[in-house]
Design a protein around this ligand. Structure first.
Ligand code: 5AD
Length: 447
């Protein structure tokens, strides 16, 4: 039996794609292993969103190939966004790579591996490259690994691609135009997951709340995304519904109201701001203004006072002056974000921003990054400290990674909580009294 190891870089969408690949390969007689040194086939599912992610994957690939010379032959595949982005250039960057597969071909991998191993060239010398588009490929991200009894949460891909064209972003190139799965198809998948014991689903899309726009009709003033969320909300046994990543401009009043009307949505959303400066937002081709964004934050918190909001910020975007960076600082404070991913701008060749003048020196990007991280830590700690002594509803996910006899779960607002209790609580929603809080973690005990 062939053993395969899949390493995933980047976002939840990539994790989900890797799950599909793992499922397909297992169906085709492969064994999934947790360690590259045990594997006959190593697949790197890659990310292109920043240069660092690409460098890491290329480094890893070359490292694996240098080992190949010395020890046994492995078949090496590079999948996903970086494969799509760099294409056949990868053949030069990673000499000896056997498989290069783009973002619309994950479901073809087992077939290609077979071709490689039955080719007339020795296993490690043959190569398959497929970076084409494929009509309907978004429908194929629908199978899940048969979960262990203790799996509580699952990712569900509802769409692929992105039509927004933010000036900094490579994703429209790597993932293509928006394509949406049918609501019935998505609900059927979720019912199967529910029957296997899944309690929480995270709906995935590069621009998830734009789901169905222009293809499925709005009904009673509701976007297709809200219609879908309502349908899923009606599936008994699914206790929580999360989604990532939404775009502020597709966050209409219907979705804001959904947070009041649909308890399974919980008290959390991600809302990428990117910059607090209108000039930068315009240059980024983000079609909203700082003021509108902050109004959206206020509206969400007014329908749900417990709402916890996280964001993405890019510092050091081309042309970002000190004053414009300060606008991001002030917007970040005003929105009182409790969690955030702060990124230093990374030039992506082929994107409009790569051509923009006034690139910001590395040192300044680093300084701005550190400033944002400090503010984030303060805000996140302040908000977590307010939870001490409160009883929170926690969906228990797993054993805690460290600490014997401890479990890990998440609150309605998606904070991690660690507490002592028996494994039988995994999959249940239990009240936990918070005793200790830091910027990243809550600890408590069953109330
Ligand atoms: N440089 C830095 N950060 C980026 N992101 C996307 N493209 C870039 C880039 N070129 C960030 C954005 C996005 C998140 C997923 O990654 O903040 O929301």
């Amino acid at each position: 039996m062939k053993r395969v190891f899949i390493k995933t870089y980047g976002c939840q969408m990539n994790e989900r794609d890797s799950e599909l690949v793992a499922h397909d390969l297992m169906q085709n007689g492969y064994d999934l292993v947790n360690n590259e040194s045990d594997a006959d086939v190593v697949l790197l599912n890659t990310c292109s969103v920043r240069e660092k992610a690409e460098k890491k994957a290329i480094g890893k690939a070359n490292n694996l190939l240098s080992k190949r010379k010395k020890k046994k032959q492995i078949t090496l595949g590079i999948l996903g966004c970086m494969a799509q982005n760099l294409g056949t250039n990868l053949v030069d960057e990673v000499k000896g790579v056997n498989l290069i597969v783009g973002t619309q071909k994950f479901h073809r991998i087992s077939q290609y591996l077979k071709k490689i191993s039955t080719g007339h060239l020795a296993n490690y010398q043959s190569r398959v490259i497929d970076l084409e588009e494929e009509e309907g490929s978004h429908h194929t991200i629908n199978q899940h690994l048969s979960s262990s009894a203790e799996q509580v949460s699952a990712f569900v891909s509802i769409m692929q691609g992105c039509n927004m064209n933010c000036s900094f972003c490579i994703v429209p190139k790597t993932r293509g135009n928006e394509r949406y799965r049918e609501m019935s198809e998505i609900c059927d998948e979720i019912k199967i997951l529910r029957d296997r014991g899944i309690k929480e689903v995270t709906l995935l899309g590069q621009i998830v709340n734009a789901y169905g726009r222009g293809v499925f009709p709005r009904l009673r003033g509701e976007s297709p995304f809200v219609q879908l969320v309502k349908k899923i909300h009606g599936i008994e046994g699914i206790e929580r519904i999360r989604f990532t990543s939404p775009h502020p401009t597709s966050f209409g009043p219907d979705l804001i109201e959904a947070f009041a009307a649909l308890p399974k949505l919980g008290d959390y959303t991600h809302l990428p701001l990117q910059s607090g400066s209108n000039k930068m937002l315009k240059s980024m081709n983000r079609p909203y203004k700082r003021e509108k964004f902050l109004e959206l934050v206020t509206a969400l918190r007014s329908v749900n006072q417990n709402m916890r909001i996280s964001t993405d910020i890019i510092v050091g975007y081309p042309g970002e002056t000190e004053a414009e960076f300060e606008e991001t600082v002030s917007a970040f404070k005003e929105a009182a974000f409790e969690m955030a991913f702060i990124f230093k701008y990374s030039e992506r060749s082929g994107t409009p921003a790569a051509q923009f003048p006034d690139k910001i020196p590395k040192k300044i990007k680093e300084e701005r990054n550190q400033i944002m991280l400090k503010i984030l830590e303060r805000q996140s700690e302040a908000s977590n400290l307010k939870k001490v002594d409160k009883i929170m509803e926690v969906l228990v996910e797993s054993k805690a990674r460290k600490g014997r006899g401890e479990l890990m779960g998440r609150t309605r607002c998606f904070r991690k909580v660690i507490f002592e209790a028996g494994r039988e609580l995994i999959g249940q929603i239990v009240p936990v009294r918070i005793k200790v809080a830091s910027s990243t973690l809550l600890k408590g005990s069953v109330a």
